[in-house]
Design a protein around this ligand. Structure first.
Ligand SMILES: Nc1ncnc2c1ncn2[C@@H]1O[C@H](COP(=O)(O)OP(=O)(O)OP(=O)(O)O)[C@@H](O)[C@H]1O
Ligand SMILES: Nc1nc2c(ncn2[C@@H]2O[C@H](COP(=O)(O)O)[C@@H](O)[C@H]2O)c(=O)[nH]1
Length: 273
């Protein structure tokens, strides 16, 4: 039975954020609205520049969730809103769902192509999930980092474990649905998988849910906008961790700050009349 508490009723490929053409330049996202008008909106948290140097260094964010909890929708919305975050498009041997586009939702490859890429160390991690192969391109991550962009990867529990075990610095986030019933509804409403596929995925969920213990942060995706805000807050907080900023402060900030002299007549030091 379909319950009524679902707030967003859209399929993965008809998500509102996908209908807008988004370009990212100079730390400002711009989107083309229906009718052709362009709207420019500042990033929610652009990286400040301190003594000529960007404060944030690029970070890797790993997002996992039981199937249907909403991780892909959340990741894409975050990447759409923030010009300094790149959503990594994975390679997969799975067949495209209706409306999925090659190079945008996934890069769709054959099993032979995938195995060749694996053999050539193309992937930072890869795994078999629900009977198909998925992999994250190492080059995509390196290219994004070299452009100063954070990277968001939407991968399964095995992939997250492999990244953790490899020692690559990353922050991991597990997305939880409000309930099992809502998860079923979301998968049904998405309406893009066969009943057999949905059943297989739902069977796995009761086990997968325990993986929450392995992640740094948890988000309950009840209200979509709230979950987007939560994910954004995590990303910003990670950048502001003292451990991440210590060397910047020590090697760059302190050096410039202590090299500055007192201005001859700074406003705050004027004698009272
Ligand atoms: N907060 C929400 N409220 C209602 N519906 C939501 C919410 N978040 C996502 N959805 C919808 O739930 C469905 C599943 O979301 P999504 O495809 O993002 O999940 P997923 O975790 O990436 O699943 P999978 O691992 O199977 O790809 C989609 O139709 C999406 O629009
Ligand atoms: N280990 C990896 N898992 C991945 C990758 N890309 C996606 N996924 C995960 O696969 C399942 C199924 O995805 P679906 O699009 O078929 O529903 C889901 O958990 C994804 O997070 C990847 O590159 N590596």
């Amino acid at each position: 039975m379909i319950r009524t508490e679902i707030r967003i009723e859209h399929s993965k490929t008809s998500h509102p954020c996908k209908q807008e053409a988004v370009s990212k330049t100079d730390g400002v996202s711009s989107m083309t609205l229906p009718g052709g008008k362009t709207m420019r909106s500042p990033d929610p948290a652009p990286s400040p520049t301190i003594y000529g140097k960007r404060l944030y260094t690029p970070l890797l964010f790993v997002v996992s969730a039981p199937s249907g909890a909403g991780k892909t929708s959340l990741c894409k919305e975050i990447a759409r809103k923030s010009s300094w975050i790149h959503y990594s498009v994975s390679y997969t041997t799975r067949s495209p769902r209706p409306g999925e586009q090659n190079g945008i939702d996934y890069t769709f490859v054959t099993k032979d192509q995938f195995q060749e890429m694996q053999a050539n160390n193309h992937f930072i991690e890869s795994a078999e999930v629900y009977g198909n192969f998925y992999g994250t391109s190492l080059r995509t991550i390196e290219d994004s980092f070299s452009k100063g962009l954070d990277v968001l990867v939407d991968i399964d529990i095995q992939g997250a474990q492999k990244i953790r075990q490899s020692g690559i610095d990353n922050t991991s986030i597990y997305i939880l649905p409000p309930s099992y019933a809502v998860l079923q509804e979301r998968l049904a409403l998405r309406g893009q998988d066969s009943l057999e596929t949905v059943r297989k995925r739902l069977e796995r969920v009761r086990q997968e849910i325990y993986a929450y213990q392995e992640y740094d942060y948890l988000i309950f995706n009840v209200d979509f906008q709230q979950a987007v805000n939560d994910l954004q807050s995590i990303i910003v907080s990670e950048h502001l961790r003292r451990q991440r900023l210590s060397s910047f402060v020590k090697d760059h900030f302190i050096e410039h700050f202590s090299g500055e002299t007192i201005k001859s007549h700074p406003f705050s030091l004027r004698e009272a009349p």
